[in-house]
Design a protein. Structure first.
Length: 192
């Protein structure tokens, strides 16, 4: 955060997807899910970068400093491309991913592929698939009037399975969600 002479505050930060964290941060991905991490706690040169950001004349200059610094930190994993393909395969078929095929693509056993995936993404493939199904269902909730159609199109085997999993993630049933969210589409409400 930096105060300008006019009293404005600027905050420059970076938000990373869990699967990207391992390329930048020397920590296991699972520790970073839904967490704030101060750069100074991890990177010895963070204070120098913070000073450069503070001296920058414009937001564009700050952005360029930050992107340049991040590019220097990036340590791509040898299996990054295969993991991206695995993630995309899970996205295209979250209900029944063929993880053995994904493991063959990574040239490792199924068990090792699951470990690599969990380390790099922060979730195991099954949990990732469930989360994808849920987010697909959320997107469909306002477009589809019938919950059975939402469940089927999102990749659930049946409506009871959809309702159980929806309650697990949202803390309410799909019907309750529709009642609460009709006022603000695309926002997840949870009574918890």
């Amino acid at each position: 955060i930096r105060a300008t002479p006019l009293g404005r505050l600027h905050l420059v930060g970076v938000s990373l997807r869990p699967e990207s964290c391992a390329e930048f941060l020397p920590l296991p991905t699972g520790l970073l899910t839904a967490a704030w991490v101060e750069a100074a706690d991890i990177f010895p040169d963070a204070e120098r970068v913070r000073e450069r950001l503070g001296d920058a004349a414009s937001f564009a200059e700050q952005r360029d400093i930050l992107l340049s610094w991040l590019a220097g930190l990036r340590r791509p994993h040898v299996r990054t491309a295969a993991l991206h393909r695995a993630r995309e395969r899970l996205r295209s078929s979250p209900a029944a991913p063929d993880f053995d095929a994904i493991a063959r693509e990574l040239c490792v056993s199924g068990r090792q592929a699951r470990r690599i995936f969990e380390d790099r993404v922060g979730l195991g493939p099954a949990a990732y698939g469930r989360l994808l199904r849920f987010t697909n269902a959320l997107r469909l909730m306002h477009a589809e009037p019938r919950l059975t159609t939402v469940a089927h199109r999102a990749g659930y085997f049946d409506q009871p399975h959809f309702c159980r999993e929806f309650r697990q993630y949202a803390g309410m049933t799909p019907q309750e969600y529709r009642r609460f969210s009709s006022r603000m589409p695309d926002v997840l409400f949870s009574p918890r």
